[in-house]
Design a binder for this molecule. Structure first.
Ligand SMILES: C[S@@+](CC[C@H](N)C(=O)[O-])C[C@H]1O[C@@H](n2cnc3c(N)ncnc32)[C@H](O)[C@@H]1O
Length: 278
């Protein structure tokens, strides 16, 4: 057996232990991604192998938290994939405007850029005071960053370009104050936002959502976990509600697919059908 094969066994043993001790379920994460992330974590950790790290990982919460940060990929940006936000503006918002109140679940929100983007978009489209965004992530560190809404100033150029390409209607710098090398987003954007820890692999559904975004999260999951998470979204979504996935994700061949239609090809925005009347 070569060392890569042994590492795969070590990963399985460690992930089982992590699940039993901490309740975080990475047992159905895509193997290649886990292997890559854990190898990176190992090279920084001072342990020669995962087996040698395992005993400490299962007893030392601080060490486990560093592993958690290593496993989850947290890259995000404001108005990421601007064409997606443009499609939301043009094809989803007109439907949302017909509701008195709109509930949005952003699952896997990472450091919050996507949540603030959605808040800006909904405000600009006249829904101010009529929506609430529930932004959740498995990683409590990124949730803390998201709550602050402070990002490196040098990112603002890229975020501004994305915002403009997504159909943004005002000057993007109106949404933040520059201080030293940081941009502090306007606190008013947070008024309709709730940030919380939530693990898609083990936690329950969120009731009666009109819009769910889960972009660039399920690419790290194996098939059975993808099905579980999609069933959770299906349960959480109102009939007529919208489910948005990342550019490399789709509902093709998924169990819930027959209840959904893509609003426009290749947008990865799906609408849940209303129940058929007899
Ligand atoms: C690449 S980021 C995507 C961020 C954002 N949705 C975007 O597209 O820019 C993936 C996020 O999914 C989160 N994540 C991974 N597994 C999760 C799980 N089981 N439950 C909830 N969030 C999870 C990670 O912590 C990470 O913040």
């Amino acid at each position: 057996m070569n060392s890569a094969e042994i590492m795969d066994i070590e990963i399985k043993l460690l992930m089982e232990g992590v699940y039993r001790v901490y309740g975080y379920d990475f047992r159905e994460y895509a193997e290649a991604s886990l292997r890559r992330r854990l190898s990176l974590w190992l090279s920084d950790s001072g342990f020669a192998t995962l087996s040698l790290a395992q005993s400490d990982l299962l007893r030392d919460r601080g060490l486990f938290d560093s592993l958690l940060r290593g496993i989850t990929v947290n890259v995000s940006e404001m108005f990421r994939d601007s064409a997606f936000f443009k499609a939301v503006r043009e094809h989803v918002v007109p439907h949302l405007k017909t509701y008195p109140f709109v509930k949005v679940w952003l699952a896997g929100c990472s450091t919050g850029e996507e949540a603030y983007s959605m808040a800006i978009l909904l405000q600009e489209e006249g829904l101010k005071g009529r929506f609430r965004i529930y932004a959740t992530d498995i990683n409590e560190d990124v949730i803390r960053t998201a709550q602050k809404g402070i990002y490196p100033l040098h990112e603002m150029q890229r975020f501004t370009r994305n915002y403009q390409n997504s159909g943004g209607t005002i000057s993007f710098c109106d949404y933040y104050t520059a201080r030293y090398d940081h941009a502090i987003l306007n606190a008013s954007l947070r008024e309709n936002m709730v940030f919380a820890a939530h693990n898609l692999a083990v936690d329950a559904d969120f009731g009666e959502m009109n819009l769910i975004l889960c972009r660039n999260v399920m690419i790290y999951f194996q098939q059975p976990l993808k099905e579980r998470v999609l069933a959770l979204f299906d349960k959480s979504l109102m009939p007529g509600g919208f489910l948005c996935l990342g550019t490399k994700e789709s509902l093709d061949h998924r169990q819930i697919a027959h209840r959904y239609g893509e609003i426009k090809p290749r947008t990865q925005i799906y609408r849940k059908q209303y129940a058929k009347k007899n």
